[in-house]
Design a protein. Structure first.
Ligand code: AP5
Length: 221
């Protein structure tokens, strides 16, 4: 199954993609994580995108399209994937359609994480993740079961993101409204858009996503 997660920063896309990796053996393709790995590598491209990401603006379509084109061509993606953070512009969506058509396939579902913008700052400012496996946590909403120890891999180091500060978050929210929200009518028109109430608690959102995937699988069969 080939899925897209669409929602503003902090709406829970990464949290639910990680859940589905475990429950459905789908691969999470997070462009944010790929870009952060590129920055950490210290490459020339990493230095270019670091400043853009820290400001909260979007990285150029050319860079993002070539990053995803090479990733989805890898053998581990043949069984299906979740695009978490891509496409983020209509130009990226059109490029994705084209690359999938070349593989004689298409997107099965686009899941919209609908959320009241008022909760996003609180979600983002409390976020931290495991430095080893990337599992996401929150100071209030999702703490590790044993304080200071990752539930998934047992690591004890955690990190916070450089772009989770109020100025960058404001720019990220504006970028979502202006450049990414137009993808909703794009996928609605294609008949693959499915809206989830992302204001619910994490487990309740997971149940809605699972139900949506069951409906997509039935439609596909
Ligand atoms: P990216 O890393 O993709 O960030 P984002 O889209 O801003 O999304 P987030 O990761 O902030 O939020 P999320 O929805 O995954 O929320 P999460 O599950 O963590 O992109 C970063 C940057 O990279 C961009 O700004 C841009 O510069 C660049 N970039 C990436 N892709 C690009 C592209 N295609 N084109 C151009 N540029 C690109 O949840 C947040 C917190 O809330 C967590 O702590 C979690 O525990 C908690 N939480 C989750 N769900 C709930 C719930 N239901 N109730 C309560 N708490 C919850």
């Amino acid at each position: 199954m080939k899925l897209i997660f669409i929602g503003p920063p902090g709406s829970g896309k990464g949290t639910q993609a990680k859940h589905l990796e475990r429950s459905r053996e789908l691969i999470q393709l997070s462009t944010g994580d790929m870009l952060r790995a590129t920055v950490a590598s210290g490459s020339e491209l990493g230095q270019q995108v670091k400043t853009i990401m820290e400001s909260g603006e979007l990285v150029s379509d050319d860079i993002m399209v070539s990053m995803i084109a090479s990733r989805i061509a890898e053998p581990d993606c043949s069984g299906g994937f979740i695009l978490d953070g891509f496409p983020r512009t209509v130009a990226q969506a059109a490029a994705l359609d084209k690359m999938l058509a070349q593989q004689h396939t298409q997107i099965d579902g686009a899941i919209q994480f609908a959320v009241d913008p008022a909760v996003l700052i609180k979600r983002i400012s409390g976020r931290f993740s495991c430095s080893n496996c990337g599992e996401g946590y929150h100071d209030e909403f999702k703490q590790p079961k044993q304080p200071g120890v990752c539930d998934i891999c047992g690591a004890t180091e955690f990190k916070r993101r450089a772009d989770d500060n109020s100025d960058a978050v404001k720019t990220r929210l504006q970028a979502y409204e202006k450049q990414t929200a137009p993808l909703l009518p794009y996928y609605q028109y294609k008949g693959v858009l499915c809206k989830i109430d992302a204001m619910a608690e994490i487990d309740a959102v997971a149940a809605q996503v699972e139900k949506a995937l069951d409906a997509i699988a039935t439609q596909k069969a």
